[in-house]
Ligand binder design. Structure first.
Ligand code: ZN
Length: 197
């Protein structure tokens, strides 16, 4: 579990935290946990998500266990700078779907004294680094990599395997379409699929 640093209000500085991992690893739950604790301390918190992620609700960050918190859907990373205003903590969910400018936006926010908490998939379903996530991971002070449980063998899973053969990367995550797999089961699956083609 990530333990927040003590903050001296007189010398408050910004930083970037990243919560990353595969689907079904509890990223959004962890983001919500951190943001709710900041809210309880009366810190000014704003939460953003990409406009295309409207799976469950237009203006809430919703995790798979329906533990929700209000958020603002934005069209691009530049909008976050315009809307962040006088806040102390910025949360960003589904960061992998943002444009490449998000890393720079996170840096600017942190440089201006804001605590930035980013949650997002590290890899797409092909096992490749996803959108702006690699840049944000490189710039962050703190990284928490969370894991799902492999549905085939029970080991820790880091891959989001897409069960459908539709090749569109932006297909949004539903339990019927994806399953978490460990490295071994993910590679075995590729071998068996190549053989059957
Ligand atoms: Zn496995």
């Amino acid at each position: 579990m990530f333990l927040e640093n003590p903050v001296d209000p007189a010398s408050r500085r910004g930083w970037i935290e990243v919560i990353t991992g595969s689907m079904f690893s509890g990223k959004t739950e962890e983001l919500i946990r951190r943001l709710k604790r900041a809210r309880i301390a009366n810190q000014r918190v704003e939460i953003f998500k990409p406009m295309l992620d409207v799976r469950y609700s237009e203006n809430e960050v919703v995790s798979h266990d329906s533990n929700a918190i209000r958020s603002t859907p934005v069209a691009g990373s530049g909008n976050i700078l315009l809307l962040a205003g006088d806040v102390e903590v910025v949360g960003i969910d589904e960061a992998q779907f943002f444009d490449r400018g998000l890393a720079d936006v996170c840096n600017q926010l942190a440089n201006s004294g804001i605590r930035v908490i980013v949650a997002g998939l590290d890899m797409d379903f092909k096992g490749k680094p996803f959108g702006p996530m690699p840049d944000i991971l490189a710039m962050a002070e703190y990284i928490t990599k969370v894991h799902a449980v492999c549905v085939r063998c029970g080991n820790l899973a880091q891959y989001s395997h897409r069960k459908s053969h539709d090749d569109q990367v932006l297909l949004l995550g539903e339990k019927e379409l994806y399953e978490p797999l460990c490295r071994r089961c993910y590679n075995l699956r590729e071998e068996t699929e190549e053989k059957s083609n």
